[in-house]
Design a protein around this ligand. Sequence first.
Ligand code: FE
Length: 185
Amino acid sequence: MACTARSTRVDDILELFARHGHSEYGGEAVTQLEHALQAAFFAERQAAPANLIAAALVHDVGHLLHSLPDDAPDQGIDDAHEILAARWLADRFGPAVCEPVRLHVTAKRYLCAVDDTYFGQLSAPSVLSLGLQGGPMTPEETREFERMPFAQESVQLRRWDDAAKVVDLQTPGIDYYAKFVALAD
Ligand code: FE
């Protein structure tokens, strides 16, 4: 881990959201910042540990790191934002934050395969990107996924991600969640 980047991670994350957080969240009715705050809000409400609250806050920083249009999935483009995010985060956090973020798209494919009610709850943009991300897992893939470190955490993160699209939900601001970023492993 690059310790210099780790020591400035709170500043790096605040700056990223200050610069790009007001962009649209991929066809949803909330901004990237609102989406991030809501995901962290739901994580804390379920008494998640600091690592997972931080992961929820930063799970979509990949969308803030590329210059593809917000509607890239409409154009058939998978922005691979979870991979971009995990790479950027790896300089700043350990695997307890990076891995749930890296797996949060895979967790959607998993939940589509194992939870009969899950697919019906996905928003239209999320259904669209699912196709680009490989669709629901096969039974073999679900078993492989369950053996991966941080698979369960990524599924929890995915549930908060899916819920974090509420128009005008009142949450604390990003300065409040910065303490979890500072505390995380
Ligand atoms: Fe998200």
